[in-house]
Structure formats: C-alpha cells, structure tokens
Design a protein around this ligand. Structure first.
Ligand code: S3P
Length: 430
C-alpha cells in the first residue's frame, strides 16, 4: 500500500493549472455516446473514475479514441445505438458512473450488470433505484436492491415528476438520463439545487431542458448532436490548493482554469466568509460552463457556521474545509451535511479521526462537525481510509503542520487527481 510523507511548506507560490472537472468529464462521455455524430472533448480528466465510464461505453460499442494531448474523440451512437455489454461493467470507485449509468441503462433495450470496488459496493443505490422503479425500470441488487452489483433489464420507461428528498446531482441526473428515453416530460425537484452539469450539457447537445425554481424538466426522445466540449478545471481539485495557500504563511498562488459554476462554487463563498483572500480573475465561459483563474493569498481565517443551501454547492469540499477550520481562530460548525456519511467513505468519521490524530479539536455530529480552531496541527500519521479526498486533505493539513505527516494508503488520489502530488511539489509543497 502506497504511503507518502508530506513536510511543512515554506509557502506556495507561482501558478498551477487545474486538471479537468471529474463530473463534467463523466457527462461528456455519456452524453457524447448518446449523441449523433462526433464529440471532441478537450481537457478530459484522465483519472480512474472517468476511465471507468470510458471503458463502460467502449464495452457498449462506442468508438472512443484518445488523441494527442489526451483529447477524446467519441463517435456517438444515438439514443438507441448502444449495444448490450458482453460482461459485467466495473465502475471502480465511481458513484457518478454507477448511479448515472443505472438511469441511462434502465431505458435501453438490453440487460446489463454494474458493479464496483469494495467502497462502492457499500454505498446506497436505492436513492436512484426507487425513482427509476416508478418509471417502470427493472433493477435488482443486493440488500433488497440497495447495493451493487446491480442487474438492469432495460425496457420502456414512462416519465415521472419526482420530488427528491435529498439534493443530489447523481439522483437528479439518473432520472433525467432515464427521462431521455421516456415519452413526454420528466421532472425532478430537489430541496436545494445540486450541481447542474447534466442539465447544462444535455441542453448544449440539443435536449429540451427546462430549469425552474426548485427543479428541472426534460423532454424525452431528443436528437442529441455531437459537440466540441472544453472541460474546465475541477473546483473540487482546486479547493485543496486554495486552502493550502490560505493556511501556509507566505503563500500567493494563481490557480488557473477553474470551473466556477455557481452550483459548485460554495467553497469560494465559505473560504471568503472565513476571511480568505480569494479573487476571481478573467471570468469567461467554456461549453456552457463559467470558468475563472483564482488568486489566493495566505490569510488569517476565522470560524463560521455552515449549513443550508451552500452544503450541496460544496459537498465534496468538507474534508478540506475542516482542515481550514482547524487553522482558523474560533469555532466552525458544519450542519445539514449528513450526505458526507455516504460518500467514498464516511467522511464525517474519517476527517474527525484524522484531524484529531494530528491534534485538532473536532466533534463529529450526525450531520456535520464542530471544529474548534487551534491555529496549528502537530505532525504524525494519518490514513486516507481509501478515500481520495481524505488523502489530499491530510496532505494539505501537513503543509501547515508543525512537523511532517506520514499518510497511509495514498494511491486512491488517482481516482480524481492523478497529478496531485506533482502539482503540490511544483507549487512549493514538499
Ligand atoms: C457528483 C455529485 C455529488 C458529488 C460527487 C459527484 C456528480 O454526489 O459528491 O463527487 O458528478 O454528479 P451527490 O449527487 O450524490 O451528492
């Protein structure tokens, strides 16, 4: 098992370019495969999660070529052109792959089986299986249909209006992708707006997508047209560098090419409210998504209260928010974030254990955490729990700690951010 030692840093300086957004990269393959004609994807994230999606569509007969510079060329097969996969599809660690594909495959005319690694096979699938079943989908899984492997007998679906009890882009996207094959209008409402990359990309490819206050509708049976997609950098990856530059004294870092879609930019609001010096420069748009460069300087942070609508807008960033909170003055309270319990690992338990092990004062709540900032952390040992974002958060904590931190099980960073360690080193992490 791979482990890494991260030393305290004397400052992060210069500029870095953030690799492609994981969520948008998944969707570019799924929607590009369902479109007619060629889709060319620039800035695709070549991480393990996205390769799981890529392999799945290759298994269903979609030609996907990798060209110079990692550009992908997808020869789309149309809404009804996928072929029955000859084997079980392995989604690896990727919740987005398995949940979105469950929706997409429920409306195809063939049988398929989706599975994943030991972590994914513990994560709840009922949240997508239940609404899909009301559309007429036939899906079986362990634990009464809640756990992968999932077996899907595709067939005719009918449209629904679904009131999701949770703000989850994976649930929303699974139902919308199933809705592509249903006749008429499929609607999803959610308690707070989750990331809207599926809606934006489906619309960019020509689907009739209608967002409204509290939800979104899609019309079944569109002809999607292949497009050129420019994937912006992943704000969830940028977040580690934003926090690093804030908490390591003497830092000034320009983080380039970051997607700043308002459904994802909660981390910027949170860190600014904590007193972080963060400036958005050169705001622009790429393939229907807002993009900016972000200038961040070390800052004295203060504790704040976090809850409500900002939570889904920063859902993947709470491990590293907790690191920022440990270095802040005062108490940070995170609530309404029960979803963290069912991510790649139980992130409330994992981050509480790891930060406590480095000397922080963290109390786990059922739906969040209370972090009493001490302004410093000791060195020592940490573990990723097999979760990429816990590994990278521990590395960021180490940069500002009093002594080196040895982090166990760091191979998992390849799922979302294979170049994390080299970028960290180039920016002044050691
Ligand atoms: C994702 C949605 C989020 C997020 C995950 C990626 C997506 O999950 O945590 O990393 O690409 O749709 P939920 O929708 O389950 O909150």
């Amino acid at each position: 098992m791979e482990s890494r030692t991260v030393n305290p840093s004397r400052g992060l300086r210069g500029e870095i370019v953030i690799p492609g957004d994981k969520s948008i990269s998944h969707r570019s393959i799924m929607i590009g495969s369902l479109a007619e004609g060629t889709t060319v994807v620039h800035g695709f994230l070549h991480g393990e999660d996205n390769h799981a999606t890529l392999n799945a569509f290759r298994c269903m007969g979609v030609p996907i070529e990798e060209e110079a510079g990692g550009v992908l060329r997808i020869e789309g097969k149309g809404l009804r052109g996928l072929r029955e996969p000859g084997d079980v599809i392995d989604c690896g660690n990727s919740g987005t792959t398995i949940r979105l594909m469950t929706g997409l495959l429920a409306g195809q005319s063939f049988f398929s089986v989706l599975t994943g690694d030991q972590y994914l096979r513990r994560r709840p699938m009922k949240r997508v299986v239940a609404p899909l079943a009301t559309m007429g989908a036939r899906i079986w899984g362990r634990g009464g249909g809640d756990l992968a492997p999932l077996a899907i007998q595709g067939g005719e679906l009918k449209p629904i209006a679904y009131d999701s009890p949770i703000a989850s882009a994976q649930v929303k996207s699974a139902v919308l992708l199933a809705g592509l094959g249903a006749e008429g209008e499929t609607t999803v409402r959610e308690p707070h707006l989750s990331r809207d990359h599926s809606e934006r990309m489906l619309s960019y490819f020509g689907a009739d997508v209608r967002p409204f206050e509290g939800g979104v509708s899609i019309l079944g049976g569109p002809r999607l047209q292949g497009r050129e997609v420019h994937v912006p950098g992943d704000i969830s990856s940028a977040a580690f560098f934003l926090v690093a530059a804030l908490i390591v004294p003497g830092s000034e870092l320009l983080v380039r090419n970051v997607g700043v879609n308002p459904t994802r930019s909660g981390i910027i609001d949170i860190l600014q409210e904590m007193g972080g010096s963060i400036e958005l420069l050169d705001q622009r748009e790429a393939a229907g998504e807002p993009v900016a460069d972000i200038l961040v300087k070390s800052s004295a942070l203060r504790g704040i209260e976090i809850g409500g609508a900002v939570v889904p807008r920063a859902i993947d960033e709470f491990p590293v928010v907790a690191v920022a909170a440990a270095f802040a003055e005062g108490t940070t309270v995170i609530r309404d974030a029960r979803e963290l319990r069912v991510k790649e690992t139980d992130r409330i338990a994992a981050i509480t254990a790891e930060l406590t092990g480095l000397g922080a004062k963290v109390e786990a709540l059922e739906d969040g955490m209370i972090v009493s900032g001490t302004g410093r952390l000791a060195g020592g040992r940490a573990s990723s729990h097999g979760d990429h974002r816990i590994a990278m958060s521990a590395a960021i904590a180490a940069l500002a700690a009093d002594a080196p931190v040895i982090i166990a099980d760091t191979g998992c960073t390849a799922t979302s951010f294979p170049s994390f360690w080299s970028l960290l080193e180039s920016a002044g992490g050691r």
